[in-house]
Design a protein around this ligand. Structure first.
Ligand SMILES: [Zn+2]
Length: 260
C-alpha cells in the first residue's frame, strides 16, 4: 500500500502529539535527526546510513520560511516509507516550484505542506473568500511562505480561485481550486494582467483587488466573464504572486465598490 504524502504528515503530527504551528528543528530533534547548516551544492540533503540520519541545509538560504520548509521536506523523505535512498539531494527547483516533475520530490513537498499547514486547522480560517490579508495572516501564524500558504488555501477553498507565480514575465506555475473552471494561460503574461505591469515597469501599478476580463489569465474564458486579480511582488526574487478569484456577483454586490 502506498498512502498519499498528506496522510504521512498527519500521522507524524498525531504521533508527536503536535497541534498548531510546528518547529521543524524541534521535530527533527525528537526524531533523533541532527540538522546542520552547511555550504552545499543543493538546498538540502537527507543522509541515512547505519541508523544515523542527518539533514543538511544550505547556508545560503536566508529566508526563514524556506529554511523551515526545506527541513520539513527532508523529514518527509525520512518518514515516507517508500523513500528508501541513503542520500536525497534536493535542488532549489525541486523545493520551490511545487510542481517539479520528480514524483518523489513532489511527495516530500506535499508532506511538508500538510505538516506545516494541516488542512483541518487551516480550514477554520476560510470564513471569507481568500485574499492576501488572509494568506499573510495564516503564513504569520504557521511560519510558512506566502506561496506555500496560498497553495494550501487554494486547495481548501470552495471559491473559484487560483494562485499563479510569475517570473521574467512568464507563468512559472499555478494552482487552482477544485471549482475554478479554467486553465491558466501558460508562457507570457497577457498585457491586461496587473502582474504584467511589474515586469514592464519594475513595480505593480496598483495594489489590492482589481477587476479584469478573465480571458487575460484563463484559457477559453468567455469574453464577458470578469475575474478579480490581487498581485504582490517579491522584489528581491523578481517574482509576482497573483491570486485570482471569480466573484459570485449575485452575492457580492456589496463588495463591488472595493474591486475598482
Ligand atoms: Zn527532496
Amino acid at each position: 500500500m502506498c498512502l498519499p504524502p498528506f496522510h504521512h504528515a498527519r500521522e507524524l503530527r498525531f504521533q508527536l502529539n503536535l497541534s498548531g504551528p510546528v518547529d521543524p528543528w524541534e521535530v527533527a530533534d525528537r526524531l533523533q535527526i541532527k540538522v546542520s547548516e552547511e555550504p552545499l551544492d543543493a538546498d538540502g540533503y537527507l543522509l541515512q546510513r547505519n541508523n544515523n540520519t542527518r539533514i543538511l541545509i544550505s547556508k545560503e538560504i536566508d529566508y526563514e520560511p524556506r529554511k523551515r520548509f526545506t527541513i520539513a521536506h527532508e523529514i518527509g523523505h525520512f518518514y515516507i516509507p517508500h523513500h528508501q535512498a541513503e542520500i536525497f539531494r534536493c535542488l532549489p527547483k525541486d523545493l520551490q516550484s511545487f510542481r517539479t516533475n520528480k514524483k518523489i520530490e513532489n511527495e516530500a513537498n506535499e508532506f511538508a505542506a500538510e505538516f506545516f499547514l494541516p488542512a483541518v486547522e487551516v480550514e477554520k480560517y476560510l470564513k471569507h473568500p481568500p485574499d492576501f490579508n488572509l494568506i499573510k495572516e495564516v503564513s504569520g501564524v504557521y511560519g510558512t511562505s506566502l506561496a506555500a500558504t496560498a497553495i494550501k488555501i487554494i486547495e481548501l477553498t470552495y471559491e473559484k480561485a487560483a494562485v499563479i507565480l510569475s517570473e521574467e514575465g512568464e507563468v512559472k506555475w499555478f494552482a487552482k481550486s477544485k471549482s475554478f473552471p479554467y486553465w491558466i494561460n501558460k508562457d507570457k503574461l497577457h498585457e491586461w494582467t496587473y502582474a504584467y505591469d511589474y515586469f514592464v515597469q519594475g513595480t505593480l501599478a496598483v495594489s489590492g483587488l482589481q477587476q479584469l476580463p478573465a480571458v487575460a489569465w484563463c484559457q477559453g474564458a468567455p469574453k464577458d466573464v470578469v475575474i478579480v486579480e490581487e498581485s504582490v511582488a517579491f522584489e528581491r526574487l523578481g517574482m509576482v504572486l497573483s491570486l485570482l478569484r471569480i466573484p459570485i456577483s449575485e452575492t457580492e454586490d456589496n463588495l463591488d465598490d472595493n474591486f475598482i
